[in-house]
Design a protein around this ligand. Structure first.
Ligand code: ACM
Ligand code: ZN
Length: 516
């Protein structure tokens, strides 16, 4: 029997003889109509089959022929766990939760001929599914992809396409980086200048020559309605959208819109140049906190995610050091220095979010000057921040640039690749992603919630280019986060990816060609 290629590789797969064939007479049964209808929505476009859904009662479980049966498991299975049994007479999906059924559906889609992924009717295809018994559950509960829409933004339809691809690989978290020095991309009702002014930059630094600019105004933002649409689209696929509103740094677009929120209070311009800006939100002015709370209040309305990312990275302290208001705050709060002031800043937001039932996520710089009590840390400057935070009893998402930065070059020979940020991350290295480094104490390992791939877009102006940078590296990340294999044979990964190529093609992804 030929081996099955599945990404991510399920925890347990037992191949059986024979196959099930989906045809115009196949019926769906389930305890809950909506979940069967969701499966039908996946299978209908390519097959044109009706796939009517029927209520499930017990004799159907053993009797139904030519049926796909979705069984609500009585034994409590974990949120995303599922079992899939494909037999010649029927396919049975078992799960306790909607997310488990959704993950099972993606496995089923991968077992079908790749033409199933088409959104228009395909003719002359035998819709067979090889018989198999699969028991599956993820190793980690946070399996994410991040997308920076501040440096460049992408159409709503592309965000949906990316979410579809994420669902296919069983990612469950879309980290949406919405604000930057170079552009504020989320509509605020209370602060309209954030997008009227903050979403536009005069021109953009050229990737080919950082001493030159393109002379082209650039701008755009997502309306609240579009954000809601994306959140709903993702939720339907079992993906949580974690929004990121950056503070205190990466805030020049906001300062351009509302200059009074900076230490100097004037002279800001939405950045046309990449890198780190000295200008950040003033920590001494109370109106900065009322502004941020107002903005976050709108964000909480749009994003049901428990986790709210507030950035915290790359915030130089020069302005705070020279600002009388910031210095007065340091004194009034009995803080030692500007690092403690950043920590104090994050603690204000941490407790504000906690009061509203949310959890603050920040980049690992939020460790400097002391970590806010309930914050979780996203470790990006390697794994050290994540190790320190986990050992201190905080939850952590691992996204070390050494394994997870998908904006880096995919080949050591940069001349073979489109311009990228000046670092390299080749697929074999991604595949070695060390999610739980040895330096984390045994009794602290559960603090590692999971990991994610990050897509920063300074040098990624278009959607097809995002796909090129993300795939196939994101698939390797999905695989590691789902089954956390102890042995990682790179030849095995590449063989599996080559066998998986028809799916990548059918998804219409502009992936980087697999090296043979
Ligand atoms: C980051 O890459 N600055 C989080
Ligand atoms: Zn200040």
């Amino acid at each position: 029997m030929p081996e099955l290629t599945l990404f991510p590789q399920p925890q347990q797969v037992e191949r059986q003889a024979g196959e099930f064939t989906l045809n115009a007479h196949t019926r769906l049964f389930s305890h809950e109509g909506e979940i069967a209808e969701q499966l039908a929505r996946y299978l209908r476009p390519a097959t044109s089959f009706d796939l009517p859904a029927h209520p499930l009662d017990d004799d159907i479980l053993s009797d139904a022929h030519n049926a796909i049966v979705l069984v609500a498991a009585d034994d409590e299975m974990a949120d995303e766990a599922y079992a899939l049994d494909v037999a010649p007479e029927r396919v049975t999906l078992r799960a306790s939760h909607r997310h488990g059924f959704l993950r099972a559906m993606q496995t089923l889609r991968q077992l079908l001929p790749p033409q199933i992924l088409a959104d228009a009717p395909q003719t002359g295809i035998a819709w067979t599914i090889p018989c198999v018994i699969i028991n599956d559950a993820p190793a980690f509960g946070w399996r994410g992809l991040h997308l920076d829409v501040g440096r460049h933004m992408f159409p709503v339809d592309f965000i949906k396409k990316l979410i579809d691809a994420m669902a296919f690989y069983k990612f469950n978290t879309f980290h949406w980086h919405l604000t930057e020095d170079q552009g504020w991309r989320l509509e605020s009702k209370k602060y309209p200048r954030l997008t009227e002014i903050g979403s536009k930059r005069a021109e953009t630094q050229l990737p080919s020559d950082p001493q030159r600019w393109d002379g082209q105004p650039y701008g755009g933002f997502y309306t609240q309605e579009e954000a809601r649409e994306i959140v709903a689209y993702a939720a339907e696929r079992g993906i949580t959208v974690v929004p990121e509103i950056e503070m205190p740094g990466h805030a020049v677009a906001a300062l351009t819109a509302y200059p009074e929120l900076g230490c100097i209070g004037a002279g800001y311009e939405v950045r046309r140049t990449w890198g780190i800006a000295d200008d950040i939100f003033c920590a001494g002015k109370d109106e900065v906190f009322s502004f941020l709370q107002d903005v976050l209040a709108e964000v909480l309305e749009l994003f049901p995610s428990i986790y709210i990312h507030v950035g915290g990275d790359e915030a130089p302290k020069e302005r705070w050091a020279a600002c009388p208001k910031c210095q007065a705050r340091i004194k009034a709060e009995g803080l030692a220095d500007e690092n403690e002031l950043q920590s104090w800043f994050v603690r204000q937001i941490d407790s504000w979010l906690n009061e509203r039932g949310r959890v603050l996520v920040g980049w690992d710089e939020i460790l400097e000057g002391g970590l806010a009590p309930n914050a979780i840390v996203m470790s990006w400057r390697g794994s050290d921040g994540g190790i320190a935070a986990a050992n201190a009893g905080h939850d952590v998402v691992m996204t070390p640039n050494t394994y997870c930065y998908l904006d880096y070059y995919q080949h050591e020979d940069w001349t073979r690749e489109p311009p990228a940020i000046a670092r390299t991350l080749i697929l074999p290295q991604v595949w070695q992603f060390d999610v739980i480094p040895d330096d984390i104490a045994e009794d602290k390992r559960h603090h590692i919630l999971g990991g994610q791939g990050n897509i920063w877009t300074e040098y990624i102006p278009r959607a097809g280019h995002v796909e090129y940078m993300a795939f196939p590296r994101a698939i390797a990340i999905a695989d590691v986060l789902w089954n956390h294999p102890a042995d990682r044979d790179y030849d095995d990964l590449t063989a599996r990816l080559r066998a998986h190529r028809p799916c990548l093609d059918a998804l219409g992804l502009n992936y980087r060609p697999l090296e043979d």
